[in-house]
Design a protein around this ligand. Sequence first.
Ligand code: EPU
Length: 421
Amino acid sequence: MEKFVIEGGHRISGSVSISGAKNSALPILAATLLSDEPSVIKNVPNLRDITTMIKILRTFGLRVLSGNGTIRVEPRGYNQCIAPYKLVSTMRASICVLGPLLAKKGFAQVSLPGGCVIGPRPIDLHIKGIKALGANVSIGGGYVYARAKRLHGNKVYLGGAFGSSVLATANVMMAATLARGTTIIENAACEPEVVDLADFLVKMGAKIKGQKTHVIEIQGVKRLSGAEHTVIPDRIETGTFMVAAVMTNGDIEIKGAIPDHVGAVVDKLVEAGARISIKNDRIKVCGRNRLKPINVTTLPYPGFPTDMQAQLMAAMCVTAGISIITEKVYPERFIHISELNRMGAQIMLEGSSAIVNGIPRLSGAPVMASDLRASAALVLAGLVARGTTEVHRIYHIDRGYEMIAEKLHSLGAQIRREKED
Ligand code: EPU
C-alpha cells in the first residue's frame, strides 16, 4: 500500500491540465456493449475504476485495447452477461452495464452493488426503469437478474427520495436506445456526464432528445454502430484544483476545462473571496489570505456537486467564521469530518449538515483516506496544514484522480507518494 506525505504551507502556482471525466468514461465504456462494431474512446483517464471497467468488459468476452488515453473496444460476438461480485464490489458504477447488456443480449446478471462509506447506494430506480421497459427482474444470491426478449418504450419517472439519479438515467437511456418505440424519462438527471453519454449514443445512431433537461426522449432503433468519441474534461478534478488554489492563497491556470460545468463551484469560491477569471477552456484562480465562511447545499446538477462537498469543507476549515455545509444528495457522506478534526478542524455534524468553525491553521497529522472525494479533501487540508500530513490508503484517490500528486507537485506543492512501512 502507498501513502501521500505532504509538507504543508506552500502556495501553488502555475498551470495544470484537466484529465477526462471518470464518471463520463465509465458509462460510455458500458455503452459500447450496445453494438457489434468497434468503438474508440479518447481522453480516458488512467485510473483504477477505468481498469475495473475494462476487466468487466473483458469478462463478457469483449476485446479491449488501451493505451495513451485511448480505448478501443471490439464487442463482436461477446456472449457472457454476468458481472461478478468480485468486480462490482470494487466499483459501484459497474451497475451501468445492466441496461446495455439487457438491451443488446436480452439478459443481464449483475452483482448488487450494496452500500459504501458515502451511504446506502440503492438501485431501485435502475430496476424501476428497466421494468417499465418490459424487463422481467428478479433478485437472488446477491445478484439482479434481468430478462427481456425485446424491450419496449414507455414513460418512466426516475425520481427518488434524493432527487434524480445519474447512473439510473444512464442505464435506462442506454436500454431504451434499442427498445421498440419511444421512451420518455421524467426527472432525468442532467449532469454533464449524462449529456456526454447521450452524445456518444447519438454518434452510435441512437435517437435522443432533451438530454440537457429533466425530460429525455429516446426513440428506439434496431441497431447501433460503433463510434469514436472524446470524453469531456473532469469537472470534479477541475473543482478540486480550484479549491487547492483558493486554500493555499495560490494563483493557477486550469487548462482544458469546461467552465460551464463548474458554475456552482465558481460561484461559491468567489463568495468565499477567490478571484476567478474565465477565458474559453481556461480558468484562472487566485486565492486570498483568509477565506470568508460560506453556506453550501449540495444538489443535483446544476447545483453544487456532492462530489465537491468534502473538498469545499477542507477549505471552510480555515476560514474566518462559521460555514454550514448541507448534503442533500448523500445525506451520510461525512466520513471525512473525523479525519479533518484530527488535523485540528472544528466540525460538528447536525443531521445532514456540517457546521464548520473556521480556524487560522490546521496541523499536519496521519489521516486515513476512506473514499475518493474524502481523500481529496485530506490532501487539500494537508497542503495548508502546519507540518507534515500523511494520507494513508490512497488507493481510494487513485480510483478517481489521474496523477494528482504529480500535478500538485508541478504547481509547487510538497507532496510525494511513498510505500507504507
Ligand atoms: N438513489 C436512489 N435509488 C437509486 C439510485 C440512486 O435512491 O436507484 C439515490 C442515491 O442513494 C443518492 C441519490 O439517489 O442519494 C443520487 O445518486 P445517483 O444515482 O445520482 O448516484 P450514482 O449515479 O450512483 C454518480 C457518480 C457519483 C456521484 C453521484 C451524484 C458515477 C460513476 N458516480 O453516482 O460519483 O456522487 O452520481 O452526483 O457517475 C464519485 O465520483 O466520487 C462519485 C461517488
